[in-house]
Design a protein around this ligand. Structure first.
Ligand code: SF4
Ligand code: SF4
Length: 425
């Protein structure tokens, strides 16, 4: 693609990156075939190729910011187009640059800015969200319907597993039962657990299940004080500076344990796993954090990867379930781990049923279900029809966003796959 960005933009790292990505697109349009919004709306500008043209025009001479924003807002950031593209176009990175460009140079009307700022403020702060949940439930009928599944889904946290003796002491942190331990033997295998933000408030039980599951594999899950949101939500809403700030805060919180030999940073939410693996790129131009960010990214593992590398036969449930597995977009298109996850689930004893159009997004996509409820619900209907066609016992997934979104309309249980293993604790 012929691209002529203004010199002032080309000199910035983002402009340089955007130009390289735009030039790699050969307009073939293969990506449209697997784009959920193009399938729903049938408009070239709601497919990846059209969006790439809109971004090019915007970056070249600020053409059509309002139309560009409208079509980019409808994009799920599902990355299905990246999986399909034969030319390796990094659409997700281009979209990230374009969103930040739009937010900084063509601000939204104040109501939209307020809503997005409110979502970022609330969803990235688990303590605040936890305190506001009872209020939200009381005001339920007055709140938008898209919020109801999230309010209904909230659960209390079960107790954390007790820290095994061999892993009692880690510099800079308490053990995973929150207690300080003065002496210890060999530290054993340890992994830092990303507890997340909205997830830590709504479904803290998933973090406890992860800690217990790791313990069954003789791995201690460390809970660093001051660790927080991974930054994905801010990044997807065009607030890159905020995302970088959150990434730096996590690096500072985790670094003492990384230096003390923690072997990985683990997350059971594939969206967060993808973000952590991107820290190196996110902070590549930050001299103070570049090397640490690259190290954190290299140590990051989705829980699926951790289990795939372990002997999981011992985790096999007594009562085998027949499941329809929904691989979140972040797991399949972002991390490329869908096949590995399915294989791991089979080795754990689950029977997996075939699911049509498994590459398509369920419509959750972070805050998409709140900001684009109509498209989001249409995608959910399609996804649930595909997932329930073969009559599974339940639907299993691997990301909190998909789980809550599908739960909002499913007629059978929707669970995180690790819950299914935890049932046998
Ligand atoms: S990220 Fe998903 S919704 Fe957006 S253009 Fe690509 S395939 Fe379409
Ligand atoms: S498939 Fe790739 S090269 Fe072809 S139009 Fe889409 S992004 Fe461009």
């Amino acid at each position: 693609m012929l691209v002529r960005l203004p010199e002032s933009l080309r000199r910035t790292p983002q402009g340089h990156e955007a130009e390289a990505i735009l030039r790699s697109c050969v307009h073939c349009g293969f990506c449209n075939a697997t784009c959920p919004t193009y399938q729903l709306l049938g408009d070239e500008l709601d497919g990846p190729r059209g969006r790439i043209y809109l971004i090019k025009n915007l970056l070249e001479d600020e053409t059509g910011p309002e139309a560009t924003r409208r079509h980019l807002d409808r994009c799920l950031t599902c990355l299905s187009c990246e999986t399909t593209c034969p030319s390796g176009v990094r659409y997700g990175q281009l979209l990230e640059i374009a969103r930040e460009h739009l937010e900084s140079r063509h601000p939204r009307p104040w109501r939209e800015r307020l809503l997005r700022r409110g979502l970022r403020l609330l969803l990235t702060r688990p303590r605040l969200l936890r305190r506001l949940l009872p209020l939200g439930r009381a005001a339920g009928p007055l709140l938008p319907k898209s919020l109801h599944p999230y309010l209904r889904a909230a659960r209390p946290a079960p107790p954390w597993p007790r820290t095994p003796h061999h892993s009692l002491h880690t510099p800079g942190a308490a053990g995973n039962d929150g207690a300080k331990h003065p002496k210890a033997a060999s530290p054993g295998r340890r992994m830092i657990l990303l507890e997340g933000c909205a997830q830590a408030a709504l479904r803290p039980d998933l973090n406890v299940h992860t800690a217990r599951l790791l313990q069954r594999l003789e791995i201690t899950a460390l809970r660093p004080p001051r660790g927080g949101c991974c930054g994905a939500l801010s990044l997807h809403l065009g607030a890159r500076t905020e995302a970088r700030h959150l990434a730096r805060a996590n690096i500072d919180a985790w670094w003492p344990q990384v230096e003390a030999g923690a072997e990985a940073i683990v997350s059971h939410a594939s969206a967060c796993s993808l973000m952590l693996k991107d820290y190196g790129r996110l902070l590549a131009d930050d001299g103070a954090y570049r090397d640490k960010a690259a190290r954190i990214a290299a140590l990051s593992r989705d829980l699926t990867e951790v289990l795939a590398a372990e002997e999981v036969a011992a985790l096999r449930p007594r009562h085998v379930k027949t499941i329809a597995f929904h691989a979140p977009c972040t797991l399949q298109h972002g991390l490329g781990l869908a096949a590995q996850a399915e294989d791991m689930l089979r080795r754990c004893g689950f029977r997996l049923l075939p699911v049509a159009d498994a590459h398509l997004c369920c419509g959750a996509a972070g805050t998409y279900s709140l900001l684009q409820p109509d498209l989001s619900h249409r995608l959910r209907e399609r996804k649930l029809a595909a997932l329930t066609r073969e009559r599974p016992d339940c639907i299993a997934t691997a990301n909190i966003g998909c789980l809550l979104h599908l739960q909002g309309a499913a007629v059978i249980p929707v669970r995180h796959w690790l819950e299914l293993l935890a049932e046998e604790d």
